[in-house]
Design a protein around this ligand. Structure first.
Ligand SMILES: [Zn+2]
Length: 225
């Protein structure tokens, strides 16, 4: 975070970035949004004090049915840290963090859910966050980064305004609002790797991942039509 400030990056909230995309004003090229998936407790214990020091406002994507769960395996989903309780999630909101939806239980959505389960996981997540946290979660993040045309339509149908993928790269006003790109920073990345990622060193990989996904979605559309 210190490096971002030193190198004149501007860290804004995801809502600010999306609002700016709706205007004619471009964001400065060195603009960064911070997002965290899953709602691990270490977001509160480690990340929150650090980002507070710099006045940054990240977004955390939560699975409300997993609040307070221990670290370990939850069906397909393995978390290296205990997950935030409801009260801890509220603490993050009070600290200025935004909250987004990440399904109710973090299942694999593509090819593993019936239409009913999909609605429950995607729409039910938004309802549960409203109910438990009194927060209107307007942005979604696909669990495991996996989505297809069906999942994307479901997210749109349930009133979310945007959705984050794990397809690498930068976003502009022309990026599909429901296929927002992100640069995945892993726990094992050292500072040099973080610098490389922030500077877009791996964006070419995102290009190929997007291309192969587009082909897959196209094939899916052809086989269902
Ligand atoms: Zn996740």
């Amino acid at each position: 975070m210190e490096w971002l400030v030193e190198k004149d990056y501007q860290v804004v909230s995801l809502a600010t970035a999306l609002d700016t995309f709706r205007t004619d004003y471009p964001l400065p090229p060195k603009t960064i949004v911070l997002s965290f998936d899953d709602g691990c407790r270490d977001n509160l214990t480690y990340a929150a004090p650090i980002v507070r020091r710099y006045g940054f406002a990240p977004i955390v994507f939560l699975c409300p049915d997993l609040f307070g769960q221990a670290e370990g395996k939850h069906r397909d989903f393995i978390t290296p840290s205990p997950l935030l309780t409801r009260d801890e999630a509220l603490e993050l909101i009070q600290a200025g963090w935004a909250v987004g939806g990440h399904t109710r239980r973090h299942p694999r959505l593509v090819g593993h859910c019936t239409g009913e389960e999909l609605d429950d996981e995607v729409g039910g997540c938004r309802v549960a966050i409203q109910h438990l946290l009194g927060y209107d979660a307007k942005i979604f993040a696909y669990p495991f980064g996996q989505f297809d045309a069906v999942v994307k339509q479901c997210v749109i149908r349930h009133g979310y305004e945007a959705a984050c993928t794990t397809l690498g790269g930068f976003n502009t006003a022309r990026t599909d609002r429901f296929e927002l790109r992100r640069i995945v920073i892993r726990a094992g990345d050292d500072l040099r790797e973080f610098h490389r990622k922030a500077q877009g060193a791996y964006d070419w990989l995102g290009y190929f991942k997007r291309r192969s996904l587009e082909k897959k979605i196209l094939r899916q559309a052809e086989s269902t039509s």
